[in-house]
Design a binder for this molecule. Structure first.
Ligand code: SIN
Length: 489
């Protein structure tokens, strides 16, 4: 069954890769069926790109880099700004397309389009601020000048959970810096990426600046990581794939940004404002059906409020509505595919077998192949699979702790270090705990912390590099030191 999403501007629905300013004919290429996870219906068939197409995209980006790096920051800012405006104008179509291929509730897709656009707008502004520095020289007749230059061709490998925003967060700073880009979007969600390329073309980016290749991840990934023309790889995805890509990038010593998996603790002390903590918990846990790297993965709750927190979380979670994300009133859509259902089911079942008590949900819902209900597990201990692994599903796992020291120890008992949350009305405690947490980001009495103005990124096995914020262009620029001599002559 084919069900093409109805868009006001049907030209946003592109089904071939975009290379060197042209939509690939894709003759004799394999076809990738893009399915709606809510209905199972095919919404489009995309002609895939192969290794040769990827090489052409890299070469086009390399040629375009020569010109693009020489444009003024004002010119680059102007085209980025236009791309932002076109995105906002097309927001509803982009959101409908996203819900059709990714499954998230329409209000979340609308939010993601605004979120993605905010990075384009931000880096259009930041383009003008990529300044250097002047330092004293080592001798009276020298001065040290540092200029910042674009690294070159950037490869961006992006995930399905945020099919628009993760591209915008990488591509906008790269283009603002004067780099050119080849994007490889996730196979589950190529349509949002191709729609972004359509709008980028309308905005006026010269051919070759922004390329999108859709297809087999191993084949395309090998080209992107192996090519000496690609100077930088930015990846968002699992830690396992990040390690593999890092190995593949080693022979050509590429710079990398790795935004990898998380295992976020959400710590609630007995002096927390519980209304606030429950509201934050819902947002942090169930955003995108639990499929974000920063979703609360482990609720660590102090002994004396543990039962009350659990009861209130179950009651509040009961208000959420699971269904087709395109339907009115639905707050949570399906998971991305049947592999995701199998993974979540496996983690939950194994944790229940190990002694966790399931107080809500706990089995796939019978709304379709990809639906998993809101689930709450209590009495979770550190040896259980839901504690040790990133769940990436709508499962809240609750563990007890006695005191501050134990909360910190439990929170840090993981390789991951992306995002953590801490709730307490004691400012000293919140500050102390936030400093002790081995994470790149901490929400202090706040369940959603992402913003184009703040640096997003992790430590430990969650990777390195920062996206967004005034640091977000650093990963796409080299610092060059110019020693200016002869001041005495
Ligand atoms: C992610 O899950 O990788 C991104 C989440 C966000 O930007 O908030």
């Amino acid at each position: 069954m084919q069900q093409v999403p109805a868009l006001e501007d049907q030209r946003l629905l592109r089904t071939t890769s975009y290379v060197d300013g042209a939509w690939e004919a894709g003759e004799a290429r394999e076809v990738l069926a893009v399915n709606n996870p809510a209905t199972g219906a095919t919404i489009a068939e995309v002609r895939t790109a192969n290794a040769a197409d990827t090489r052409r995209a890299i070469e086009a980006a390399h040629r375009a880099f020569g010109e693009w790096r020489r444009t003024t920051v004002k010119e680059r800012a102007g085209i980025l700004r236009r791309w932002y405006e076109l995105t906002i104008e097309a927001a509803e179509d982009l959101a409908v397309l996203m819900t059709a291929e990714q499954g998230k509730a329409l209000f979340e897709s609308r939010g993601e389009i605004q979120y993605g656009a905010s990075f384009i707008e931000w880096f259009a502004e930041q383009a003008k601020r990529a300044d250097g520095d002047v330092f004293s020289g080592a001798t009276p007749h020298t001065r040290a000048v540092c200029i910042r230059q674009p690294v070159g061709v950037v490869a961006a490998i992006t995930p399905w959970n945020f099919p628009n925003a993760m591209i915008a967060r990488k591509v906008a700073p790269a283009l603002a810096a004067g780099c050119t880009v080849v994007v490889k979007p996730a196979e589950d969600t190529p349509l949002s990426a191709l729609a972004m390329a359509e709008l980028a073309e309308r905005a006026g980016f010269p051919a070759g600046c922004f390329n999108v290749v859709v297809g087999n991840p191993q084949e395309i990934g090998a080209e992107l990581t192996g090519s000496p023309l690609v100077r930088k790889l930015s990846f968002t995805g699992s830690t396992a794939v990040g390690k593999l890509l890092e190995e593949q990038c080693a022979p050509t010593l590429k710079r990398t940004t790795m935004e990898l998996g998380g295992n976020a603790p959400f710590i609630v002390f007995d002096d927390a404002d519980l209304d606030d903590a429950i509201a934050g918990a819902l947002l942090s846990k169930y955003r995108n059906s639990g499929q974000t790297c920063v979703c609360a993965n482990r609720f660590l709750v102090q002994d004396s409020i543990y039962d009350e927190f659990c009861e209130r979380l179950v009651a509040a979670t009961g208000e959420l509505v699971l269904g087709n994300g395109a339907d009115e009133g639905v707050t949570q859509g399906p998971l991305i595919n049947t592999e995701a259902i199998a993974k979540v089911t496996g983690l939950v079942n194994a944790s229940i077998e190990a002694g966790a008590e399931c107080v809500m949900g706990g089995k796939p819902a019978d709304l379709g192949e990809c639906f998993y209900p809101h689930t709450v597990l209590r009495d979770v201990t550190p040896d259980m699979p839901v504690f040790r692994n990133e769940i990436f599903g709508p499962v809240a796992a609750l563990t007890r702790f006695k005191d501050e020291a134990e909360a910190i120890a439990l929170a840090n008992d993981t390789d991951a270090g992306l995002c953590a949350y801490v709730y307490s009305r004691d400012i000293g405690r919140v500050w102390r705990v936030a400093e002790a947490l081995e994470y790149g980001m901490v929400g202090m009495n706040e369940g959603i912390i992402s913003s184009e103005m703040a640096p997003f990124g992790g430590v430990k096995a969650s990777g390195w590099g920062r996206e967004g914020s005034r640091y977000g262009m650093d990963d796409y620029m080299d610092i060059k030191y110019l020693c200016v001599g002869g001041l005495d002559r």
